[in-house]
Ligand binder design. Structure first.
Ligand code: PMP
Ligand code: GLN
Length: 398
C-alpha cells in the first residue's frame, strides 16, 4: 500500500496580484532557449571564465576552516571593511561599518532599497531602458515608475526630461551607470543635472553601479554620491559579480548614510537575512588584493567589444558602441525587423545564436526600444567569433 498521495502538477490558486505581468526574467528565458537549441549565448551577461583563482582559493580555505554557518546579516567584518576601503581608495568616500551592508548580489540591495525606502504610491524616476529587476521590485513595493528615456544614438540623459518627470509624489531617482543595456556612462555634466534635480526636490537617489570598473576608452565612472549635497541622500549599490567575473556567488553591497543603509538592511533582513558565508572573505580578499584583475578585464573587454561591434556592423546592424558594461545595443531595423522580440526568437533557428530583445527594458506601449537588440561581449573571443561566424552564414533579413 502506498503511503504517499499523487503529486499535483497544478493548483486552483493564483499568484499574488503584485506579480501580475512581472513574469520570469528575460535572461533566464533566453539562456534556457540557448541551451535548448544549442545556440551561442550572447544573451545573459555572465562571463564563461571564472574570476581570479586566488579568490577561489580563499573561498575554499574559508569552507575548510568552517565558515559554513550564517555570517552576520550585516556582512562579514572583513568584507564590510574591504568595501569601505574600496570606496575610499577609488572615490574618496568615507564610510564607517554602519554605512555598509552586504547583500545577496546587487539584486538584493536593489530589492532592499526599494522595499526599505519606498511606501506604496511613491513615485520613482527611473532611466528607460531599465534593468528588469527595477520594474519587478517597484511593482512588488507598490511604487509607481516614472521613466525618463535615454535615446539612441548617444543615450544621453536630458536634465529637462528628468525634471519634467518629477511630481510632488516623487521620492526617489533610481539611477544606473554604467548603464545596462545601453552601455552609456553618465558624464559629469549629466550627473550634475541629476544632482541638481535631486537637491531641488529633496529626493533620495539609489544608484546601481555594478559596472563601475568596466568602462572603456577615456570614459570615467563617477559615483553620484561624490557630487556636492549628494552623499546625504544617496545609496550606492555594487556587486562583485561583474568586477571579478564571479556572478554566481551573488555577493553585493550598498553604501550610504547610516539611516538609509539601515533601511536597506531592515528589508534585507527579511529577504535572505544573510548568505554566501565562505564567499564573503574571498571577495574581501579580491577587493583588497586583486584589483589587477578588473584592470586587465577592462582592457580585454574593450578588445572584445570592438570585435563584436565591428562584426555586427558588417552584418548590416546599426551598432551603438558602448562606453561601459559588457553589452552592445544594436538596431535591427536595417535588416527589415521592427520587432526585436520576433528577431531574437527567430535567431536560434536561423543562426544558432541567442541575444536579448531590448524592448523588454521599455514601457510596454513605448515604440523606443522596439527594434533594439542587446548582445553580450563578456564571452571568450572564440565564442564571439563563433557567434559572428554563424550570424554571417545565416539569412538575417526579415
Ligand atoms: N544591476 C544591473 C544593472 C545588472 O546588470 C545586474 C546583473 N548582474 C545586476 C544589477 C544584478 O547584480 P547581481 O548579480 O550582483 O545581483
Ligand atoms: N545582469 C545580467 C544581464 O543583464 C543578468 C543577470 C540575471 O540573469 N538576472 O544580462
Amino acid at each position: 500500500m502506498s503511503s504517499h498521495s499523487p503529486t499535483a502538477s497544478r493548483s486552483r490558486h493564483r499568484a499574488a496580484r503584485r506579480l501580475d505581468g512581472v513574469g520570469a526574467t528575460i535572461f533566464a528565458e533566453m539562456s534556457a532557449l540557448a541551451t535548448r537549441t544549442g545556440s551561442v549565448n550572447l544573451g545573459q551577461g555572465f562571463p564563461d571564465v571564472s574570476g581570479p583563482s586566488a579568490v577561489v582559493d580563499v573561498a575554499v580555505e574559508a569552507m575548510r576552516a568552517g565558515r559554513n554557518q550564517y555570517p552576520p546579516g550585516h556582512g562579514a567584518p572583513e568584507l564590510v571593511a574591504a568595501v569601505a576601503a574600496h570606496q575610499r581608495r577609488h572615490y574618496g568616500m568615507d564610510f564607517g561599518a554602519d554605512q555598509v551592508v552586504v547583500t545577496t548580489g546587487a539584486t538584493e540591495a536593489i530589492a532592499g532599497a526599494v522595499l526599505g525606502l519606498l511606501d506604496p504610491g511613491d513615485e520613482v524616476v527611473v532611466l528607460e531602458p531599465y534593468y528588469d529587476s527595477y520594474r519587478a521590485m517597484l511593482q512588488i513595493a507598490g511604487a509607481v515608475r516614472r521613466p525618463v528615456t535615454l535615446r539612441a544614438p548617444d543615450f544621453r540623459l536630458e536634465t529637462a526630461e528628468l525634471e519634467a518627470a518629477v511630481t510632488e509624489r516623487t521620492r526617489m531617482i533610481l539611477l544606473n551607470t554604467p548603464h545596462n543595456p545601453t552601455g552609456h556612462v553618465l558624464s559629469q555634466a549629466e550627473l550634475a543635472g541629476v544632482a541638481e534635480v535631486a537637491r531641488r526636490h529633496d529626493l533620495l537617489v539609489v544608484t546601481d553601479e555594478v559596472y563601475e570598473h568596466l568602462v572603456f576608452d577615456d570614459h570615467r565612472h563617477v559615483p553620484i554620491a561624490t557630487l556636492p549635497g549628494m552623499a546625504e541622500r544617496t545609496v550606492t549599490i555594487s556587486s562583485s559579480g561583474k568586477t571579478f567575473s564571479l556572478t554566481g556567488w551573488k555577493i553585493g553591497w550598498a553604501t550610504g548614510p547610516a539611516d538609509l543603509v539601515a533601511a536597506v538592511e531592515g528589508a534585507k533582513n527579511w529577504l535572505s537575512y544573510a548568505s554566501g558565508a565562505p564567499f564573503q572573505p574571498a571577495i574581501a580578499h579580491a577587493l583588497d588584493h586583486e584589483e589587477g584583475f578588473h584592470r586587465d578585464l577592462r582592457a580585454s573587454l574593450q578588445r572584445r567589444r570592438d570585435r563584436l561591434c565591428s562584426g555586427l556592423a558588417d552584418l548590416g546592424l546599426g551598432v551603438h558602441v558602448p562606453q561601459g558594461t559588457y553589452f552592445v545595443t544594436t538596431d535591427v531595423s536595417g535588416l527589415g525587423w521592427d520587432d526585436s522580440l520576433a528577431f531574437c526568437l527567430a535567431l536560434p533557428e536561423r543562426a544558432g545564436v541567442v541575444a536579448i530583445p531590448a524592448q523588454v527594458f521599455y514601457e510596454e506601449a513605448s515604440p523606443e526600444g522596439r527594434h533594439l537588440v542587446r548582445w553580450a561581449f563578456c564571452k571568450e573571443t572564440e565564442v564571439i567569433d563563433e557567434g559572428l561566424r554563424r550570424l554571417r552564414a545565416a539569412d538575417l533579413a526579415r
